[in-house]
Each structure stands twice: as structure tokens, then as C-alpha cells.
Design a protein around this ligand. Structure first.
Ligand code: NAD
Length: 477
């Protein structure tokens, strides 16, 4: 049992302002595994005041990037040593299969942190340019106090995508973890204290959406970085527009995996286990629309049904598990609602369906719908669970048209025997990333959404820019 009675505010353990408690419930056993204080508006006020003070008067933004990198490098070393602890904790919190957790929930966040620690040494923080009338110094300064709001599906990854670049830039941060997954932020807070983070620089205030909205609108916040649903992103973007706050939005997706005529079906099926079904399908970039040439439709439908139907569903702490329980009963019911909807829309279930694989825990049978038309709601809306739709296409142009016929534009993949040709197809997909014969998010390369999948980019040097203000200082020759 993980019980906490303090909040991490201004980089120190502090008594909460309210009396509310967040209970963390295991998606596998449905038993309470943790309790933490529920953050309130008063806690946000204190966290923002600490961040404001640390930004306006404290050492953090005034240190050199190398000095900040030294402290964050210590944090990265601690993280690297204790990754397994983080993976186990997140699996317990939200049901991510441990095999995915050790990589996607802990190794990758640590790598992202290390990436920005390393980038601090090579990044151009200041330069001299020749201006019209004389020399100009161009500096990059931290943007200020950052509000970081993250979802429950990859809680450390989405947090680190914001925290690492913001901190290297010299910003101070108030982060709001999701109420489903507050525990991993506590572990990170402990490691931050060990690493010697100065006072005021980071706060974690776990709370629900109302407190999140309060943080977004807070006058002490200069920039909002949000990962979550498109619906919430629209509201947050509107509030930021009103206040002219800087804003990065990483939102939902309904990405396509295109199997070209020459794709090797067996290796593609192996690849789709990750690309389409990683993290129980609770992944923004999951490629849940599978596009198959009509000429090979039956063969691919059989292979997909057989691959998805044979996935090991069960205890997420077990290393042989491929699909664990969904985060909450609410999510289980939502996904089952889409399975029902798919049947009503006339699509055909070729594996899975509404029978629950286990009596206890929030499990859903991994499901594939065939005979899906891209206009159906199961092909247009984000389901966020292990449910795939198989859509036939006539020729390559038709495949590209269908892949792009979506409100979203986050990820995608092309599967082919001809990698160069696959790259040509990937170039025509209107999404922020599109893999060929694989899908991976790389710390060194930008990630983000076209269209309703968001605004801005995280990862790579591009992911540092949103935490910087560029300033020119011209002077006479
Ligand atoms: P959500 O939008 O309901 O909540 C995300 C976070 O925002 C939570 O911390 C929540 O408390 C908070 N929140 C919700 N409404 C808010 C508001 N109006 N103001 C301030 N804060 C608010 O999303 P979720 O159900 O927790 O997460 C799943 C969604 O996240 C999916 O749509 C998924 O695609 C998306 N996601 C996107 C990415 C990406 O990088 N593009 C990564 C992971 C998840």
C-alpha cells in the first residue's frame, strides 16, 4: 500500500490545504493500492507562488545550462538505477503490461531526461549575428512558469517530455498528474530531492480536471503544456488564447497502419503488436485503423484475427502478459460501448467481442472489426483500448486518401518489402510521425500532431524551443 499525506509543493513536502483523498485502485484486483492527498486550488496557488518566486528571484533560471544539466544529470543517474521500481509502480497503478512498462513507462522517460541533459552542452543558447546596423546578440531565455498537465496512460513519459526540456531551459514547473496515476510522480519527487533540485522549481499537485483548469487560467503561469484528449485540449487552447499564454497541445489520434500490396504479413503482424496494441491500446499514437489492399483482404483479416486472438490477456505484472486491464471501469465500459457500436454500424467482429476475459479486473477482449468503412464512428473516434478496425482499400492512392481522411494526424506506419517506396508513402501521410515497417518515438526526433492531434512538438531540439523566448539585442557597429 502506497500512502502519502503530503504534497510536493515548491520542491518540498508540504501539508495539503484540503482534506480530500485520491484513492488509487489496481485495475487488475480492483483493490485500493494507494492514497494521496487531492490537490486543491489553494495548493495550486501555493505551487504557482513558489514557482513564480523561484523563477523571478531564485537561482534556477540564472544558472548556466551546464549547471542545470549537472543537477538533472544526477536525477537521470538515479532514474537509470531505479527504473524497475518505476516500471513496477506504473504497472500497478494503471495496468500497463510490465514488458511494456520497463521500456515505455520508465526506460524511455529516463532516456528523454538524459537526452535533454546532453543537449544542454551542444545547444546554441546564445549567438552573435550581423544585423543591418551592427552586431546583434540573440539569446534564448526560459519562458517562465510552466503548467504541465498530463494523462494517466503514459504518466512518466508525458511528464518527462515537458519537465526535462522546461527544466534544462531554466523554467520552473507546476505539474498536475492525473488522479488515476499520482504515485509515480511521488517517486520522481523523492529522486529530485536526492538529486538536489533547488527549492521552488518543481511542484506536483495531483488533482482532477477542475483544478487543472484553475492551473491553466492562473495569472502566475506563463506557459501551458498539455497532453490529453482533444476535447480538453480545445478548451485549454481557448483559455491560453484569451490570456496569450504560450501553449503546447499533445492530443488524441486515430492513426493508420497501411499494409502495401508487397507487405510480408507475418512480420507485419508482429510489428502491429507494438504499433497498434502497445500499452493495451491506451496509446495516443496507436495505429488502430489497419488498411489492407482489397486483393489480400481475406488473408490479412485472418492473420490479424489470429494474432490479436492469441494475445495473452492477464495480470499486467506477469512478464508473459501482452494485454493487461484497462485503467478504470469507466474505460472498460467506454471501450465495450464502442464494440457494441461497431456491431450496430454493421462491422463484423473477427476476434474478441463483448465477453470479458476475466471476471475481476477491468479487462476487455482484444477485438478486431472487419468490413469497416472509414466513415463509421469506430473508424473515426479514438477508442483507447485494444480494438482494431480493418479497412479495405483499392489502390495506393486510395490507401493514402483513407489514412488522411481523419480529424486526427498523430502517428502511422507503412508496411512494405520496399522501404524506399514506404518512405515515399509515409511522406504523403498528414501526421507528425509515420514509421516504415516499425513505429517508435525517438528522444532525438520531434513528436506531435497535425490537425486535431495538437499544436507544437515534443522531443528532439524542437521540444526545447517551446520553453524558450528568443530575444535580440542589437547595438551600433
Ligand atoms: P483527459 O483530457 O481527460 O485528461 C488529461 C489530463 O488533463 C488529466 O490530468 C486531466 O485531469 C486534465 N484535464 C482534463 N480536462 C482539463 C481541463 N479542461 N483543464 C485542465 N486540465 C484538464 O485525457 P485522459 O483520458 O486522461 O487521457 C487520454 C487522452 O490523452 C487520449 O485522448 C490520448 O490520445 C491523449 N494522449 C495524447 C498523447 C500525445 O502525445 N498526443 C499522449 C498520451 C495521451
Amino acid at each position: 500500500m502506497h500512502v502519502r499525506d503530503r504534497l510536493f509543493i515548491g520542491g518540498r513536502w508540504t501539508a495539503p490545504a484540503g482534506t480530500g483523498v485520491i484513492e488509487v485502485v489496481s485495475p487488475h484486483t480492483e483493490e485500493v493500492i494507494g492514497r494521496v492527498p487531492e490537490g486543491t486550488e489553494a495548493d495550486i496557488d501555493r505551487a504557482v507562488a513558489a514557482a513564480r518566486q523561484a523563477f523571478d528571484h531564485g537561482p534556477w533560471p540564472r544558472m548556466t545550462p551546464a549547471e542545470r544539466a549537472e543537477i538533472l544529470g544526477r536525477l537521470s543517474a538515479i532514474y537509470a538505477e531505479r527504473q524497475q521500481q518505476m516500471a513496477d509502480l506504473i504497472t500497478a497503478e494503471m495496468g500497463s503490461p510490465i514488458l511494456f512498462s520497463v521500456f515505455g513507462q520508465s526506460a524511455i522517460p529516463q532516456q528523454v531526461l538524459q537526452y535533454y541533459v546532453d543537449l544542454a552542452a551542444s545547444y546554441t543558447w546564445e549567438e552573435e549575428r550581423r544585423g543591418m546596423l551592427g552586431p546583434v546578440t540573440v539569446t534564448r531565455e526560459p519562458v517562465g512558469v510552466v503548467a504541465a498537465i498530463v494523462p494517466w496512460n503514459v504518466p512518466q513519459f508525458t511528464l518527462m517530455l515537458k519537465l526535462a526540456p522546461a527544466l534544462i531551459a531554466g523554467c520552473t514547473v507546476v505539474a498536475k498528474p492525473s488522479p488515476e496515476t499520482p504515485l509515480d510522480a511521488y517517486l520522481l519527487a523523492e529522486w529530485m530531492l536526492e538529486a538536489g533540485m533547488p527549492e521552488g522549481v518543481v511542484s506536483f499537485v495531483p488533482a482532477g480536471r477542475e483544478v487543472g483548469a484553475y492551473l491553466v487560467a492562473h495569472p502566475g503561469v506563463d506557459k501551458v503544456s498539455f497532453t490529453g484528449s482533444t476535447a480538453a485540449g480545445r478548451r485549454i487552447g481557448a483559455v491560453c488564447g484569451e490570456h496569450l499564454k504560450r501553449c503546447t497541445l499533445e492530443l488524441g489520434g486515430k492513426s493508420a497502419a497501411i499494409l502495401l500490396e508487397d507487405a510480408d504479413v507475418a512480420t507485419t503482424m508482429e510489428g502491429l503488436k507494438t504499433a497498434s496494441l502497445m500499452n493495451n491500446g491506451e496509446a495516443c499514437a496507436a495505429q488502430t485503423r489497419i488498411l489492407a489492399p482489397r486483393s489480400r483482404y481475406e488473408e490479412i483479416a485472418d492473420a490479424l484475427a489470429s494474432m490479436v486472438g492469441s494475445l495473452q490477456v492477464g495480470d499486467p505484472a506477469d512478464y508473459s502478459t501482452e494485454i493487461g486491464p484497462l485503467v478504470a471501469r469507466r474505460q472498460q465500459e467506454r471501450v465495450e460501448g464502442y464494440i457494441r457500436l461497431g456491431q450496430e454500424e454493421g462491422a463484423k467482429i473477427v476476434t474478441g467481442g463483448l465477453t470479458r476475459p476475466h471476471d475481476r479486473g477491468w479487462y476487455v477482449a482484444p477485438t478486431v472489426f472487419a468490413d469497416v468503412d472509414n466513415s463509421m464512428r469506430i473508424a473515426r473516434e479514438e477508442i483507447f483500448g485494444p480494438v482494431l478496425v480493418l479497412i479495405p482499400y483499392e489502390d495506393e492512392a486510395d490507401a493514402i486518401r483513407i489514412a488522411n481522411d481523419s480529424e486526427y494526424g498523430l502517428g502511422g506506419s507503412v508496411w512494405t518489402a520496399d522501404v524506399e517506396h514506404g518512405v515515399q508513402v509515409a511522406r504523403q501521410i498528414r501526421t507528425g510521425s509515420c514509421g516504415v515497417n516499425m513505429y517508435v518515438l525517438d528522444p532525438n526526433t520531434p513528436f506531435g500532431g497535425f490537425k486535431s492531434s495538437g499544436i507544437g512538438r515534443e522531443l528532439g531540439p524542437e521540444g526545447l524551443v517551446p520553453y524558450l523566448e528568443h530575444k535580440s539585442i542589437p547595438r551600433p557597429a
